[in-house]
Design a protein around this ligand. Sequence first.
Ligand code: NAP
Length: 246
Amino acid sequence: MDSKKTVVITGASKGIGAHMAIYFAEKGYNVVINYNMSAESALLLRNSLAQNGCSVMAQKANVANKLEADLLIKEALYKFGSVDILINNAGISSQNLFTDISENEWNNMINVNLTGVFNCTQAVLPTMINNKFGRIINISSAWGVTGASCEVHYSAAKAGVIGLTKALAKEVGPSGITVNCIAPGIIDTQMNSHLTTDELKEFTDSLPIQRIGNTIEIVKTAEFLASDFAGYITGQTICVDGGLTI
Ligand code: NAP
């Protein structure tokens, strides 16, 4: 069995997840890059990290599908022997008036952003409980704290992740497992490519820290929560949002 810590990052083919994969791999962790649709970028990322001597694997899984989430963790365990850190990062977003949200759109949002966290966490817990150690880091959103107009489905799913985090933290704390959330504000990734320059300016002008966030600011927060120094922090939501939620 490999003695290095292993981190599974869902939705690591691009955006925040890909930056987490690069950072943790370069720090010497075994890294599992999960992807769903973006096979090409996930495999390119795996190959470039492996060529640089990092310990990585890539695994396709739609986190909304319980069997695929189970297989993701099973393959990670097969390759690396244990999973110490799970970062539930995979997510989707969309904008729509509440009255126009279709049943299908609602279900898809909840299935990926909330049930996906349930599926991957349930799959990984037996090994963490057995090891009496685990770090679960859920990527929620500032909108899960404040709610966002035209994103009721997204806000509800992300608020659900915060509720799941608090309740599970109570349940698995005695097994040496911490469960925390990071709630990013607007971070510079493809997820925000629908915003115009004017919309971004209007948004950043309203923030105490007058800019959007960078992926590294989320990555470093996750690194801290995964570290031994964060062993007394559980059930918390850390807002990395330039002051959006204050
Ligand atoms: P992104 O660039 O759009 O990347 C999303 C990632 O999630 C992709 O790797 C995608 O993989 C993966 N994904 C989507 N559906 C999936 C599924 N069913 N199964 C497995 N993977 C799936 O988004 P991002 O900005 O990095 O966002 C990452 C997380 O941060 C999300 O949970 C998002 O809600 C949260 N967040 C982001 C912001 C922001 O401003 N960017 C703010 C608050 C919260 P494939 O392409 O391979 O399908």
